[in-house]
Ligand binder design. Structure first.
Ligand code: FAD
Length: 471
């Protein structure tokens, strides 16, 4: 990647058009859409499995042509459920639209195509002392996917979500190619960040990166005996840090309900990093579905609580284990066996969070459905995205193996979340009922109206959007 303002790997016609408007003419003649093949796709949870036709556009001319047909963009497929599969048209694999276009090493402004992954960005910019302003728990997501889900990190309570750092992107719609930013085509911008791909196809993106002093983190862990203590630690200013998160032992019950390991960290001083190294371990086959059961998870959780909870003295570590512990094992989603798993992530407003979280953890512990991955974070104020998930409060994410009773259990958890004024994260969802959506996302109708203006014929419909009757 080049330095200040230089252009790299930039095909003719890829510059952002201007002036942009809802009827902006395309800058390239629209070529015929590339061919498709029939394929079965899943999200990261490997549930549900959906048959779809698949195409892999490589040039913007193809993307412009696809924007007039029923289709949906798919990034790295890290959304857990059915968000990245087209309901009735072609699913477009965007990962070949992955060129870096420009990087200003003085200002940290990056211009790249939507199929570039956060991993590729880190490896390119970390040696120059730059980092992502917001990063989810995996670096194997694309810029397009990060915008469409308006992803959040462990620093949401300080800086907000991904879209707060998106300076502009271009959106391919049936009406033309739009430049969207917080100042231009603002309605389309706000409907697209968090809009789960259903407003159009994101092409080029301009992202503001942040400076870091090194490739390392300064980290500290603290054990918390129960949920009250965990929330008190996380809310206490003296324990706050740039990034905070708590791992919760979901099988602990009674007096230990919600026992946790609180983890905090900030970028350490020292030599610049080279970006994260690729995973050395891989899970080559599906584990038998029974391998993760109540007893094996209970044993793991007890060990993890003691082992990680011991690290009370600040220590230094690479960014990868701090931000991306699961990326260390390729294909770790096979851990849950062939049936797959669901991730359930919800947020509750600050006022009702303690009671709501306790009820959810209690139901979970009683059900015996074993989640060995349960992560609690704090959210700050809501951003501008009409369907963005983060809203001020506390968010809990749980991985649950798909058993016979899992979906029924999650229905009861939805009722708790609704009762406490919360919402479920669509990027993780595979099973929510359509009736719950308007209560969870009060700006849904506003989003629908803007979406209809961008795509009157409902071409960009995902399987998730169809299930939740979003358009
Ligand atoms: C291990 C793990 C940890 C995670 N941790 C977090 C976390 O901490 N915080 C968080 O917020 N999320 C987290 N996620 C979820 C993940 O960040 C989001 O689901 C993200 O959207 C995935 O990006 P992707 O490139 O894989 O997109 P996909 O999964 O392929 O697609 C996701 C959505 O983006 C849309 N989309 C993708 N590309 C484009 C494009 N070019 N134009 C228009 N729409 C597009 C799709 O239509 C779909 O609706 C995690 C996921 C995993 C597997």
């Amino acid at each position: 990647m080049n330095g200040t303002g230089a252009q790299a790997g930039h095909d003719e016609g890829q510059a952002l058009p201007g002036p942009a408007s809802a009827t902006a003419p395309q800058q390239e003649p629209a070529g015929p859409p590339s061919g498709t093949v029939q394929q079965e796709l899943t999200g990261w949870g490997r549930y549900p499995r959906t048959g779809t036709s698949v195409a892999r556009p490589e040039r913007y001319a193809e993307l412009a042509a696809w924007a007039g047909q029923a289709c949906l963009a798919r990034g790295a497929g890290r959304a857990y459920g059915d968000a990245a599969v087209s309901a009735e048209g072609a699913t477009l694999l965007m990962t070949r639209l992955n060129r870096f276009i420009a990087f200003d090493a003085d200002s940290g402004l990056l211009r790249a195509e939507a199929g570039v992954t956060l991993d590729e960005i880190l490896r390119a910019v970390m040696p120059q002392g730059w980092f992502l302003p917001v990063t989810p728990g995996t670096r194997y997501v694309t810029l397009g996917g990060a915008i469409a889900a308006d992803v959040h990190g462990k620093n949401h309570h300080h800086v907000g979500s991904f879209s707060a750092f998106v300076r502009e992107f271009e959106l391919f719609t049936p009406g033309g190619r739009l430049r969207c930013s917080p100042a231009e085509n603002v309605a389309a911008f706000n409907a697209t960040v968090g809009g789960m791909g259903m407003t159009g196809l994101i092409g080029e993106v301009v992202l503001q990166l942040r400076r870091v002093p090194s490739g390392d983190m300064q980290v500290q862990h603290l054990p918390a005996r129960d949920l009250n203590e965990a929330m008190a630690i996380m809310a206490a200013p003296e324990h706050d840090d740039e990034y905070t998160v708590a791992w919760i032992d979901c099988l602990a019950s009674g007096k230990s309900l919600g026992r946790s390991v609180f983890m905090r960290g900030h970028h350490a001083d020292g030599p610049l990093g080279h970006g994260p190294a690729p995973a050395k371990l891989a899970l080559p086959v599906n584990l038998p579905a029974l391998a993760l059961n109540r007893w094996s998870v209970k044993a793991f959780n007890a060990f993890y609580y003691r082992w990680e909870g011991r690290k009370r003295k600040p220590f230094r570590c690479d960014i990868a284990p701090f931000f991306y512990p699961l990326d260390g094992i390729r294909d770790w989603n096979r851990l849950y066996g062939k049936p797959g798993f669901v991730q359930y992530q919800f947020v509750l407003p600050t006022a009702s969070a303690a009671e709501g979280l306790r009820t959810v953890l209690d139901r979970l512990a009683r059900s015996g459905n074993a989640s060995f991955l349960a992560v609690l974070k704090r959210f700050g104020a809501q951003g501008s995205g009409l369907l963005s998930f983060p809203t001020e409060g506390w968010t809990l994410a749980l991985d649950l193996p798909l058993r016979q009773d899992t979906l029924g259990l999650l229905d009861t958890l939805d009722a708790v979340v609704l009762e406490h004024g919360g919402r479920v994260y669509l990027a993780k969802d595979a099973r929510l009922a359509a009736s719950a959506l308007p209560r969870m996302y009060p700006r849904l109708d506003e989003w629908r109206r803007i979406r209809r203006e961008l795509d009157p014929d409902g071409l960009f419909l995902s399987a998730l959007g169809q299930r939740l009757e979003m358009i």
